[in-house]
Write a protein that binds this ligand. Sequence first.
Ligand code: HEM
Length: 124
Amino acid sequence: MPSELKQYTMAEVESCDGKDGHLAWLVIRDNVYDVTRYLEEHPGSSELIEEWAGKDGTKPFEEFGHSSDALRTLRSLQIGVLEEQDQAKNRKARAAKSGIITDSTADEPKLKKRSKRRMFILCG
Ligand code: HEM
């Protein structure tokens, strides 16, 4: 992997959906991976990754809880990073799916804080 990581747009990733002889690219945590040659080796079947080719597979990848071996293999398949604008879009989409409310200027999703105002009830 060259030290200067190439940036890709989500549209470029989407065109590599593994269908009709296209390459199979995958986004995980804002990094772009070419998993074309790994599909047949995947212990969880090629279909499971193919389903996510051309998409952001962060959630399914992390939900399975892959081992450090899997993470090492993943690193070896990295071809670049997602362009910043598309990183923000994907982050928002992931947050929306998991019910987290995002602040449009923040880098990371934040849980909406509860109001700290308390109500005092005066008796008597
Ligand atoms: C995003 C789509 C992916 C899904 C939904 C997925 C799902 C799964 C599942 C269900 C298994 C369990 C198989 C079994 O025990 O029968 C598995 C195992 C495994 N997967 Fe994936 N996987 C994905 C992507 C990847 C990628 C991109 C890599 C590496 C480049 C990878 C590497 C592995 C490895 C090495 C195992 C064996 C168990 C381990 O070491 O964690 N997977 N996967």
